[in-house]
Each structure stands twice: as structure tokens, then as C-alpha cells.
Write a protein that binds this ligand. Structure first.
Ligand code: ATP
Length: 304
């Protein structure tokens, strides 16, 4: 059942359209990635879902509520791209202060806060936030998004600009939160993280969604896996109904590029019936980065 439904969402700033025609649904427990180049409209989308800015048109429903409604805010945790923290407070005082705003009983909030900080491996919790490193401050901001034990988490660039160790803690923690049943929407530039934890993604460009689905669906929609069969003879004649995508000669070898294993077998038979042999078979799966570069380099393109 969808816990988050977005229908034809649009946001204009003055005469500029930052997000247009955005529709998607997110199932309970999913990790949903919003990916796209700078200025694609990711933060604008997440802020509309979190109820921080009003859509110009279209609707969003999060956990059965309109973003911004108090009942929804209690079920939502939002981590902004840049989270202003109260520098004079210690991490613990700051987090307890926010838990209190959500009316979380003190004993519950203390346990919850320490649990989040333990899992994020944050030491020096009594240190002033202003004296903490950027990575430590990010961990405090993440713990803040969790003080009300929300069902839905919206994380804008959770690990941007952090060192690999801190990044790893944050990504692993995000994965654990998902395993515990939380629904997570997050934007990220690091496509490796997106590939490693997202169930489904949308790729945005120029304010529009230009690709969507599971990584496998997105790969299939962009050529999918290719097999490169190298042989000493041309076996393409034998590929009945599975014509090779491409046949080229390279260093005295014939390279057959085909789209499935049936065609690979046919090429092999064709090569062997001509007295040749297959010397190598390579599998080429486009990375999310390659697909991203392809769709993001086509401005104004609409969804396929
Ligand atoms: N308050 C605002 N007023 C005017 N334009 C804005 C405002 N906020 C965002 N924009 C513009 O809307 C577009 C989308 O911005 P947004 O921050 O949503 O992109 P993004 O995909 O999150 O980018 P990044 O990866 O750089 O964070 C950009 O062109 C941006 O300049």
C-alpha cells in the first residue's frame, strides 16, 4: 500500500518552473531514491513532501495526510540538505529539546537519542555542537530527524561532503532503518549509494522525471545487459530472430554484440559450424552512472 502519493506536482518560483508534472507513489518500507544533476528539482520535491514549501499545483499525500498538517509532521522525519543546528547547545540537550517539542516523554527520548547516536557511532555527545566536526554535526541532524520515531524519513543528501567512514555509517544506518520498516525517500549525488540501498528511483532533469523504476527496470529501459561475443569467425548468420545488435572486426577477431543468452548460443553455433571458435564472452551492464549521464545530458526530455 502506498504511504506516499504524489500527483502532478509542480513548483514555480516567480516565473521559473523548478518542478513540473511529477507523479509517483512510494510503498511502505521502500527506500526510494531521487537522483538528478544540480538544479534538477530534487530538494524542491523533497521540501514539498515534507510540507516546508507549498506546491504551485498538484498534490502530495504522506501517510494519509497533506504535508504540513500537524498529524503528518508527527509521522515524518526530515533531514534538510543543510541543517542549521543550535551551535551553543550540546548534542544531547539539542536533541532532547526537539524531542520535547514532539511531546516525547523524557525517558523515551533519552533512550531513543542514545540509541540513534550509538548506531551512528557519535562520540562526545556532551560537546557543544559548534565545536563538532561536519560529520558529527550531520549525525546529530540525522538523530534529530528520528526523535519522534517517524514512519517516513525524507533525507536530502544525507552523506554529502563527508569522509568515507562517516558516509558508511550513515548509509548503513539508513539501510537498517529501512530493514526496521521505515519508508525512506532520499536524494543523493553518489550513485553508488543509490545503487546499493534503493529499491526504486526516479531520475530528474530540468524539473521533470525522466526515468523511473527499479535499477533493473531502468537498465532494461536503457539497453539492458549486452553480451560481447568474440570469435575467430562471423557467427551472425545463425542468429535467427535474434539479430546481433552489432558485428565488428577487432584485431583479427569478430565481435558480436547481442542482447540475450539465446543469441549468444546461436552465435557460438554459427561460429563453430564455420570451423571457428569463440574466444571470449563479456557481459556489459550499464552502470547507473552511465544511464544518469545519458538521461541527464538531454535537456527537457520527457519520460519514456
Ligand atoms: N527559493 C527559490 N527561489 C528561486 N529559485 C529556486 C529556489 N529554490 C530553488 N530554486 C531553483 O529551482 C531549481 C531546482 O532547485 P533544487 O534545489 O530543487 O535542485 P536540486 O536538484 O536539489 O539541486 P542540487 O543537487 O544542486 O541540490 C534550481 O534552478 C534552483 O535555482
Amino acid at each position: 500500500m502506498a504511504i506516499l502519493e504524489v500527483d502532478d506536482l509542480r513548483k514555480e518560483y516567480g516565473g521559473f518552473t523548478a518542478v513540473e508534472g511529477s507523479s509517483f507513489e512510494i510503498e511502505r518500507g521502500e527506500v526510494f531514491g531521487v537522483v538528478g544533476p544540480n538544479g534538477a528539482g530534487k530538494t524542491t520535491t523533497l521540501k514539498m513532501l515534507a510540507g516546508l514549501i507549498e506546491p504551485t499545483a498538484g498534490t502530495a499525500v504522506v501517510a494519509g495526510q497533506t504535508p504540513g498538517e500537524p498529524a503528518m509532521q508527527r509521522r515524518l522525519g526530515f533531514l534538510p540538505e543543510e541543517s542549521p543546528l543550535y551551535e551553543e547547545m550540546t548534542a544531547i540537550d539539542y536533541l532532547e529539546f526537539f524531542a520535547d517539542l514532539y511531546d516525547v516523554p523524557a525517558d523515551v527520548s533519552r533512550e531513543r537519542i542514545h540509541d540513534s547516536l550509538d548506531r551512528l557511532d557519535l562520540e562526545h555527545r556532551e560537546r557543544r555542537i559548534g565545536n563538532m566536526s561536519k560529520g558529527m554535526q550531520r549525525k546529530v541532524a540525522i538523530a534529530r530527524a528520528l526523535v519522534n520515531d517517524p514512519d517516513v524519513l525524507i533525507f536530502d543528501e544525507p552523506a554529502s561532503g563527508l569522509d568515507p567512514l562517516t558516509t558508511n555509517y550513515i548509509i548503513e544506518f539508513t539501510r537498517e532503518l529501512s530493514d526496521e520498516g521505515k519508508t525512506i525517500v532520499f536524494s543523493a549525488h553518489n550513485l553508488f549509494h543509490v545503487e546499493s540501498i534503493c529499491d526504486r528511483i526516479v531520475i530528474m532533469n530540468d524539473g521533470r522525471i525522466v526515468a523511473r523504476g527499479s535499477l533493473e527496470e531502468i537498465r532494461d529501459a536503457h539497453g539492458g545487459t549486452e553480451y560481447h561475443v568474440y570469435a575467430t569467425a562471423d557467427g551472425s548468420r545463425a542468429v535467427d530472430g535474434h539479430s546481433p545488435i552489432e558485428v565488428t572486426r577487432e584485431n583479427g577477431q569478430v565481435r558480436h554484440v547481442v542482447g540475450d543468452m539465446t543469441a549468444v548460443d546461436a552465435v557460438r553455433e554459427g561460429v563453430e559450424s564455420d570451423g571457428g571458435r569463440v574466444t571470449d564472452i563479456q557481459t556489459k551492464t550499464p552502470s547507473l552512472e552511465e544511464i544518469f549521464l545519458e538521461v541527464a545530458s538531454e535537456p527537457g526530455r520527457t519520460e519514456a
